[in-house]
Design a protein around this ligand. Structure first.
Ligand code: 5GP
Ligand code: ZN
Length: 114
């Protein structure tokens, strides 16, 4: 746990969150400022700052996040599809420096860069 990290505090239960999923590696909770009917943040419990810090020693955390995303999407009824977004660093628009994936769905998503 990184003491000054918002998501580490959420994972530790020091800051309340609306949990939707948890296992030994992954924690998932609803975004406080949802951009879609379903907007869930999926994070590894271990503190990793961002996608750029992923290497061969910790890439299994990403795999576990995506396993969780598939389960959560099913539980949330996103049978027609969804979008997963990772913002990395300043140019990527990352505001919380603890690796996380946005799971967005519940409507036909329109804004699309790629
Ligand atoms: P980023 O901009 O880093 O990709 O995403 C950070 C996300 O965290 C934003 O979508 C923001 O709404 C969300 N967020 C920031 N603070 C909190 C909080 O205290 N609780 C929850 N549930 N979400 C938060
Ligand atoms: Zn953290």
């Amino acid at each position: 746990m990184k003491d000054d990290c918002l998501f580490c505090k959420i994972i530790a239960g020091e800051i309340p969150s609306t949990k939707v999923y948890e296992d030994e590696t992954v924690y998932a909770f609803r975004d406080i400022n949802p951009q879609a009917p379903v907007h869930i943040l999926v994070v590894p419990k271990e503190h990793v700052c961002c996608a750029r810090a992923i290497d061969e020693t910790n890439s299994q955390l990403v795999a576990k996040c995506f396993e969780a995303i598939a389960k959560i999407a099913k539980a949330e009824g996103l049978d027609n599809g969804y979008r997963v977004i990772n913002n990395c660093g300043e140019d990527g628009g990352q505001t919380v420096m603890h690796l996380h994936f946005h799971l967005l769905g519940g409507l036909k998503l329109s804004e699309k860069m790629v």
